[in-house]
Design a protein around this ligand. Structure first.
Ligand code: AMP
Length: 354
């Protein structure tokens, strides 16, 4: 463990949302300091960080000063601009590494990379204009989903195409952004594997969680997922294969569709993941601490599931229920300290032991 950062070292986190906040809390528990970098004023993670830099992603001086003041750099979202990463990486290691960001920043690159690895993905084709969309529809058919290649999250930047949908209107809805058409996967359920890989290459995966989305936003994750043992093994093997191929350090979220013929990879997120929040109540070492351990060169912790959990996201007006939830037995509430409640905005979550 010669690469291990000692307690008292500083972890730099790019992005100060709720994931950065929970990473910060886990880092503090292990005696690390946290420095958050976010273009927005007063980000949720700022409240649990020793330092916060408020600066844009193209502010070279701020990026340089930030990097020089930390020992390792990690991130809570995958869309940090490449130029910013170049500056940061010239000073300090970025973990997980650049390959994971390159692959996951662009849905087309991601799908092609996963397919090259021998993993099953939905049929897909690049779409830059109406001709390409019509050609892709001819090959893939409907139902299909047109997605922007970059910057999509929580179902944003996606249009479903059915037999009667006008392709031109679907394309217009994405404002001309480079896109990918994906065949609609007929899935039985959606699961995700939260995996971790240490600097020395050791891999540990949490039990797969079963996810339910509403309106493109994750509503609930439950463990254990309804899965046969062979499928459960398949899911963990898929995550391990991805982690090794990326020579990864840190926690990853791998979203999978369970179909009657096997697992299909939907997408990967090179960071802690909303569908891994259940680990806070279900495991001795949760995904946030596991990530901090991995990027700090520490041994991975015990991620065995000791309890069954249902994680419910608290979105928008769900905040009205928090005092009632706080009174529930076997429920642990996590609020993100966001000043403003908006429809569709993730405000917190609750882990219920079942
Ligand atoms: P994504 O942003 O790609 O994770 O998509 C959000 C949600 O839309 C997924 O969790 C699925 O419920 C659904 N979805 C996305 N892509 C597909 C697909 N190719 N086939 C079926 N459902 C999909």
């Amino acid at each position: 463990m010669s690469d291990a950062l000692p307690p008292g070292s500083t972890i730099g986190i790019l992005g100060g949302g709720q994931l950065g906040r929970m990473l910060g809390l886990a880092a503090a528990r292990l005696g690390f300091h946290v420095h958050v970098y976010d273009p927005a004023e007063a980000p949720p993670a700022g409240e649990v960080a020793r330092h916060t830099t408020t600066a844009r992603w193209d502010d070279a001086a701020a990026l340089t000063a930030f990097a020089q003041g930390v020992d390792v750099i990690t991130y809570e979202f995958e869309n940090v601009p490449t130029d910013a990463l170049d500056i940061l990486e010239s000073h300090r290691p970025i973990r997980p590494g650049r390959e994971a960001l390159r692959v996951s920043q662009d849905r087309l690159t991601e799908k092609a990379w996963l397919a090259d690895l021998g993993l099953a993905v939905a049929p897909f084709a690049p779409v830059n204009d109406l001709d390409e969309l019509n050609a892709a529809l001819g090959r893939i058919g409907t139902p299909a989903i047109l997605k922007t290649r970059r910057f999509g999250y929580d179902g944003k930047g996606q249009v479903r195409l059915d037999a009667g949908t006008d392709p031109a209107a679907a394309l217009a809805a994405l404002d001309g952004a480079p896109a990918i058409l994906e065949g609609h996967v007929q899935f039985e359920r959606e699961i995700s594997v939260i995996g971790a890989r240490a600097l020395d290459g050791r891999v540990a995966c949490y039990d797969p969680g079963e996810n339910r989305h509403e309106g493109g936003i994750l509503r609930e994750t439950r463990v254990p997922a309804t899965l046969t043992n062979p499928r459960l093994t398949d899911a963990v093997l898929v995550a391990g294969k991805i982690l090794n191929a990326l020579d990864y350090a840190g926690v990853i979220g791998v979203e999978l569709f369970v179909t009657d013929t096997g697992l299909v990879v939907n997408e990967i997120a090179p960071r802690v993941h909303n569908s891994g929040h259940w680990t806070q109540a279900g495991c001795l070492i949760d995904q946030f601490e596991q990530h901090v351990r991995a990027i700090a060169g520490w041994p991975l912790g015990d991620g065995d599931r000791h309890s069954d959990v249902v994680m419910e996201n608290l979105i928008g007006d769900d905040m009205d229920r928090v005092t009632r939830i706080a009174a529930e037995p076997k429920a642990a509430l996590h609020l993100y300290g966001k000043a403003e409640t908006r429809p569709g905005r993730k405000m917190g979550h609750v882990n219920r032991r079942t």
